[in-house]
Design a binder for this molecule. Structure first.
Ligand SMILES: *[C@@H]1O[C@H](CO)[C@@H](O)[C@H](O)[C@H]1NC(C)=O
Ligand SMILES: *[C@@H]1O[C@H](CO)[C@@H](O)[C@H](O)[C@H]1NC(C)=O
Ligand SMILES: *[C@@H]1O[C@H](CO)[C@@H](O)[C@H](O)[C@H]1NC(C)=O
Ligand SMILES: *[C@@H]1O[C@H](CO)[C@@H](O)[C@H](O)[C@H]1NC(C)=O
Ligand SMILES: *[C@@H]1O[C@H](CO)[C@@H](O)[C@H](O)[C@H]1NC(C)=O
Ligand SMILES: *[C@@H]1O[C@H](CO)[C@@H](O)[C@H](O)[C@H]1NC(C)=O
Ligand SMILES: *[C@@H]1O[C@H](CO)[C@@H](O)[C@H](O)[C@H]1NC(C)=O
Length: 463
């Protein structure tokens, strides 16, 4: 058994330059950029010729372009705002800017319907270390084998020590298709749910239901609700490989997907049933239990930086989805009582993110988690937008700090990644002459060929 996986891995050859996360517009762009064989096709992956996976050498971080940003945001859909969008769209009075999101959404959904794919962690020829195809299996994105000074290496996966090089994505991760499947599930699921809500075509609900059943529920294709083999660092014999605590982060996009699922459920369509809701809630309940009781999950919960924030944001959102309002409150309070203080200083800087290779990228990212947590908190009657930590700092203080740095000409990271936080701030706090979020948004849109125009989340984060 162990041999067969090894022999697959040994076939991998070595080339291709590395990419840094900041070269890319989004997680999807990352997968797209690695996807030379086109879209995920379960049949060719399981029966085709051996996949060739290429190692590069971790390069120096560089910036290629300031692109617009796309789909998956850890978020909670604001149904009231989406309803306004629907009314304006239906009456032909939607703004040109939001019309771009509608047009772009319609194009994507048409393509989803035409391709008619399903996604599942089981659609892979590379089984996880325990050989059970129902487990999510991914490579730690910044992990690299160090074969320097070693001779006669046949298989860098198992013969070289591995270590992390912050910000440098290893393209070999492409060979493990779970991340790809989950990312595409979330992207397509959110697009389909939003389209069903806005345009009322039941084909979209039908496809949404197929995608969800295939990934979570169907007995042949479901994913086991844990991340035991997420962000594996492949050191030593492959049946000893373990996931890392950071792998818990990989599920953060589920928040938006669950929110999209609630949107579908409340339209009382004909495909997504109460039974499906029950099954998905059970899945989430089990996954939440794994997050709270497994070694990896508990360790991730102790992380002080964005990993900890995403951990508590997920617990808050998952608890809300399964109807455990107290669970949401507990998660939010635990975050506020433990790591919030160390994350934002009085001047609004986020020291734990600023020390990363891509410091602004990670500063935005932590606020993505905090912002989504605040939205889930709000849904159970807690307002944490203005709760200050012991340095008298809030989400807003952190956003204000980043405006200056994002607009600085010294910034080499994609400023479009900051737009969701600016949109949120404009909504929650409003513009002032000192901190004019609306004005910062238009500056960044100008710099980035549209920035967030076309993105689906703009339809419910609009002002
Ligand atoms: C609904 O979507 C399907 C699939 O894209 C399409 O074939 C059909 O014509 C649409 N129906 C309406 C009423 O627009
Ligand atoms: C997708 O999955 C559903 C079951 O959830 C199945 O009925 C359908 O045939 C599948 N479609 C494709 C294209 O595999
Ligand atoms: C996940 O891994 C842990 C060890 O890290 C193990 O105890 C547990 O049984 C595994 N869970 C499942 C469902 O495989
Ligand atoms: C869906 O059904 C629920 C419960 O029967 C009802 O409260 C709700 O108004 C319905 N929603 C729509 C959009 O018809
Ligand atoms: C939720 O919390 C409230 C207040 O702390 C408490 O009264 C209630 O019993 C809790 N409910 C559950 C189901 O634990
Ligand atoms: C805390 O911050 C708020 C808003 O930035 C400010 O109005 C207030 O004066 C500050 N309080 C202290 C004690 O510094
Ligand atoms: C914010 O900037 C816009 C121009 O981008 C301006 O129209 C608006 O009045 C400003 N708002 C405030 C409160 O200063």
């Amino acid at each position: 058994m162990r041999r067969s996986l090894l022999s697959v891995l040994v076939l991998f050859t070595v080339t291709v330059a590395s990419q840094t996360i900041d070269d890319l517009d989004s997680v999807e762009a990352y997968y797209d950029s690695l996807d030379d064989s086109g879209d995920l096709d379960p049949i060719s992956i399981s029966s085709g010729s051996p996949d060739t996976i290429k190692f590069g050498t971790p390069g120096v971080g560089y910036h290629t372009k300031y692109g617009p940003i796309g789909g998956v945001q850890t978020d909670k859909i604001n149904v009231e705002k989406l309803a306004i969008t629907k009314v304006e769209y239906t009456n032909g009075i939607l703004s040109d800017e939001l019309m771009k999101s509608i047009t772009s959404l319609q194009g994507r959904v048409e393509s989803i319907m035409q391709k008619n794919q399903n996604y599942s962690v089981t659609y892979t020829s590379k089984k996880p270390p325990n050989k059970n195809p129902h487990y999510y299996f991914s490579l730690a994105p910044y992990s690299w084998p160090n074969c320097k000074g070693k001779l006669f290496i046949k298989n860098p996966w198992t013969q070289c020590p591995w270590s992390s090089q912050d910000g440098k994505i290893n393209p070999a991760g492409k060979s493990l298709t779970s991340g790809h499947a989950l990312t595409y599930l979330i992207r397509d699921g959110v697009d389909l749910a939003t389209s069903f809500y806005l345009f009322g075509n039941s084909s979209y609900e039908h496809k949404f239901t197929q995608l969800m059943r295939t990934f979570f529920i169907n007995s042949k294709t479901y994913m086991v609700p844990n991340m035991n083999y997420s962000q594996v660092v492949p050191d030593g014999p492959e049946n000893d490989w373990e996931g890392s605590k950071m792998g818990v982060l990989d599920t953060h996009g589920l928040l938006t997907l669950l929110s999209a699922t609630e949107l579908v459920a409340q339209t009382n369509g004909s495909s997504w049933t109460a039974k499906d809701t029950y099954a998905l809630r059970s899945w989430i309940d089990k996954y939440r239990k794994w997050m709270e009781t497994s070694v990896l999950g508990k360790k991730e919960g102790e992380a002080l930086n964005n990993h900890g924030t995403f951990y508590y944001a997920q617990l808050a959102g998952f608890s809300q989805y399964i109807g455990d309002i107290n669970g949401t409150r507990q998660a939010v309070n635990k975050y506020l009582d433990t790591i919030y203080d160390g994350q934002i200083k009085a001047d609004g800087s986020q020291p734990l993110e600023l020390k990363r290779q891509f410091s602004l990228h990670y500063s935005y990212y932590n606020l993505e988690a905090l912002g989504s947590m605040a939205k889930y908190a709000q849904s159970v009657g807690m307002d944490i937008w203005n709760v200050a930590n012991s340095h008298n700092a809030t989400y807003q203080t952190a956003v204000n700090f980043l405006i200056k740095n994002t607009l600085s000409t010294k910034n080499s990271e994609n400023p479009a990644n900051f737009l969701p936080m600016l949109e949120t701030s404009a909504n929650v706090y409003g513009d002032t002459s000192k901190y004019n979020y609306t004005s910062a948004i238009s500056t960044i849109r100008d710099q980035t060929a549209g920035g967030d125009l076309g993105a689906v989340w703009l339809l419910w984060t609009r002002q």
